[in-house]
Design a protein around this ligand. Structure first.
Ligand SMILES: Nc1ncnc2c1ncn2[C@@H]1O[C@H](COP(=O)(O)OP(=O)(O)OP(=O)(O)O)[C@@H](O)[C@H]1O
Ligand SMILES: [Mg+2]
Length: 218
C-alpha cells in the first residue's frame, strides 16, 4: 500500500499520525506499520483480493476482538480497534508490538502444545456458539503447511497468525491475528461469494492441517 494512501486513511482516526513508522510487513488483509516504539497499526488493504473478498467492517472486528479478549485473554496481544470518524464502517487495529515473536513451526510445536490445545478447545466453543473460528495459519502459514502435508515433512508446517514468544523461560502462544472467520454452511447474500468460498475452504483445510500436523481435532 502506498504510504500517502495509508496516511490519508489514518487521518480520520484518533491517532498521532506522526507516530506511524515503517512498514513491518503486508499480510493478505492488512498492511502492518510500526506505531511509536512499542505498538503496531494494522491498516485494511484495498488490494484486488480485498475488493473481491469485500471490506471487513468495524463492528465485525470489534466483535472478534471482544470475543477473543473475553475467552482467551491470556493469549491475545493487547489490542484496540479504532473507528473512523468519517465512515463508521472503517477501522484500524492498534496492537502491542512483539519484537521477539517468531513463527510457530512444526519443530517448535512441542513447546507450545498445551497452549495450542487450550486455544483449539475454546475455538470449538466459538464455532458451536457463534459460527466463528480463529484463522490459525495465516497466509504464509497456510500455504507452507499444505506443502508440508503433501511432502510429509511435519517440521515445515508453520503458523503466522499465532506467534511464539519466550517469557519466564517458557514458550507461549500469542494470538496476533484477531480477525475471526465467519462460518456459514451455505452461501447467502450477506457476504460475497468469493468471501464465502475462501472462508469455507480455509476452515475445512485448516481442520485437516491441525489434525495432520499437530494431532489435535479442531
Ligand atoms: N503484534 C505483533 N507483533 C509483531 N509482529 C506482528 C504482530 N502482529 C502481526 N505481526 C506480523 O505481521 C504478520 C501479519 O499480521 P496479521 O496476521 O495480523 O495480518 P494479515 O493481513 O491477516 O496477514 P495474513 O494474510 O498473513 O494472515 C504476522 O504474521 C506477523 O508476522
Ligand atoms: Mg493473518
Amino acid at each position: 500500500m502506498k504510504r500517502k494512501e495509508v496516511l490519508a486513511y489514518l487521518a480520520d482516526f484518533d491517532l498521532e499520525v506522526q507516530r506511524v513508522g515503517d512498514v513491518l510487513l503486508e499480510g493478505k488483509q492488512h498492511a502492518v506499520y510500526h506505531y511509536g516504539d512499542d505498538q503496531i497499526i494494522k491498516v485494511p488493504k484495498r488490494s484486488l483480493y480485498m475488493k473481491l473478498y469485500g471490506a471487513i467492517d468495524y463492528d465485525a472486528v470489534l466483535r472478534d476482538v471482544t470475543l477473543l479478549q473475553t475467552h482467551l485473554s491470556e493469549f491475545v496481544v493487547p489490542t484496540q480497534v479504532l473507528q473512523s470518524r468519517r465512515n463508521p464502517d472503517q477501522y484500524v487495529i492498534l496492537q502491542a508490538y512483539l519484537p521477539d515473536a517468531i513463527y510457530i513451526t512444526g519443530d517448535r510445536f512441542p513447546a507450545i502444545r498445551e497452549d495450542f490445545a487450550r486455544i483449539v478447545a475454546v475455538n470449538r466453543h466459538f464455532i458451536e456458539q457463534h459460527r466463528l473460528s480463529i484463522d490459525f495459519f495465516g497466509n504464509i502459514g497456510f500455504r507452507r503447511s499444505i506443502l508440508a502435508s503433501l511432502l510429509r515433512r511435519r517440521e515445515m508446517a508453520l503458523l503466522n497468525n499465532l506467534l511464539l514468544v519466550e517469557r519466564d523461560g517458557r514458550a507461549h502462544i500469542k494470538i496476533t491475528d484477531v480477525n475471526l472467520s465467519e462460518l456459514r454452511l451455505w452461501w447467502n447474500a450477506d457476504v460475497k461469494l468469493f468471501h464465502w468460498i475462501v472462508d469455507s475452504a480455509v476452515f475445512t483445510i485448516t481442520q485437516l492441517l491441525i489434525r495432520d500436523h499437530f494431532g489435535i481435532d479442531g
